[in-house]
Design a protein around this ligand. Structure first.
Ligand SMILES: Cc1ncc(COP(=O)(O)O)c(C=O)c1O
Length: 373
């Protein structure tokens, strides 16, 4: 089976984890500190705060500065945590539609949703496609907003040559298995703001500013040194893993991208995509069958696929209950048609060719059977 993600640790990563396990120093300690410093340097941020997962990475930031009732502009086509962390911090996620081609936050729609309570814009570099940072920054400046970038899927993506981790005010990453970097469970929040970094460090340990002395309401969001040791090792091969993802995406663009009825995500101009996912939109009329039928056919051919996401945030029951029913036509269009094909760093050229051939076969088979009936 050609899987949708490759979640194998290297021998060096396993050895690093074992060394920590043998040392008995499991909790957040020297490995975490070193991982934070090395990650910050790699992405071009002044500070990096390691945490338990990507959700914690976002939540720490919002806990640090959000006031009750602050509104945060979030895209509708993303993972739940982009919005839930806002609500859990007392803010209100204001859900905006996305661009149907790049799948990223639509700033025109966001403009319509600005209010006197808007405090933050929180774009997501979805699937590794970097947002246009120039446009987002101009928007944030114009409306006097902070920016919280969700880079959970975008390790290594760049815009105009700058790593997405260097954008500020806050950039949050996830190291969940299947992500471009994976340590088990883990997250990282990057910022250039020293005061904010310090506050997030306290919040990560129950708002404790001195031993058993709590000045804020925080949580236990610490990363262990086992995960940090894996992350430190993996950082060394991030560029190599990205190079394979990019080669695979190029091959898919040349093959799958040219098949009638399939439309890959449009890469933001000026962006070097990190290809966490390679997603295509399946037009059932043009392609010959719909997204689900294509996914089922590919499974029979030994090719796994994924659906990210089958519904928008505005269609999540709890968010609909809290904030009311809304229509997001572009998101709904994408949610019904999107299919992720394997693109990860574990695939050989032959694997990618098999994926492309299988997609073409799906179309040929559907065409033949509809011609026969
Ligand atoms: C866009 C986005 N934001 C946030 C998260 C949360 O990360 P984690 O699963 O590590 O908590 C994810 C993870 O799937 C994600 O894809």
């Amino acid at each position: 089976m050609i899987d949708i993600a490759e979640i194998k640790l290297s021998d060096a990563e396993i050895a690093a984890a074992v060394a920590v396990l043998k040392s008995g120093a499991l909790r957040q300690g020297r490995q975490c500190e070193a991982f934070e410093a090395e990650f910050a340097e790699k992405v071009g941020a002044k500070h990096a705060i390691a945490s338990a997962n990507g959700t914690a990475a976002l939540h720490l930031a919002y806990m640090a500065f959000l006031e009750p009732g602050d509104e945060v502009l979030v895209p509708s086509f993303t993972f739940f945590a982009t919005a839930s962390t806002v609500a859990l911090s007392g803010g209100i996620p204001v859900i905006c539609d996305v661009d149907p081609e790049t799948f990223l936050l639509d700033l025109d729609d966001a403009t319509r949703r600005i209010s006197p309570r808007t405090r933050v814009i929180a774009p997501v570099h979805l699937f590794g496609n970097a947002c246009d940072a120039d446009r987002v920054s101009a928007f944030a400046r114009k409306h006097n907003l902070l920016t919280v970038w969700d880079a959970a899927q975008a390790h290594g993506a760049t815009f105009k040559g700058c790593d997405v981790g260097s954008f500020g005010d806050v950039v949050a990453y996830s190291f969940y298995p299947s992500k471009n970097m994976f340590v088990g469970e883990g997250g990282m929040t990057c910022t250039d703001n020293g005061d904010l970094a310090e506050k997030m460090r306290f919040l990560r340990t129950h708002g404790q500013t001195n031993k058993y002395y709590h000045t804020m309401l925080g949580l236990n969001y610490r990363m262990t040194d086992v995960e940090a040791a894996i992350g430190r090792e993996q950082l060394k091969r991030l560029d190599d893993m990205l190079a394979v993802r990019r080669r695979n995406a190029d091959l898919l663009n040349e093959t799958v991208g040219k098949i009638r009825g399939l439309r890959p995500q449009r890469v933001t101009e000026g962006c070097s995509h990190a290809w966490h996912q390679y997603c295509v939109l399946v037009d059932p009329d043009e392609f010959g069958c719909d997204r689900d039928a294509l996914g089922a056919y590919l499974r029979e051919c030994g090719v796994a696929t994924g659906v990210h996401y089958p519904r928008g945030l505005h269609q999540q029951p709890i968010l609909e209950t809290l904030y009311g029913r809304q229509d997001m036509p572009n998101t709904e269009y994408l949610a019904q048609r999107i299919l992720a094909l394997p693109v990860h760093h574990g695939l050989s050229v032959q694997d990618v060719e098999t994926v492309a051939r299988s997609v073409q076969k799906a179309q040929d088979t559907t065409r033949l059977s509809s011609a026969a009936s």
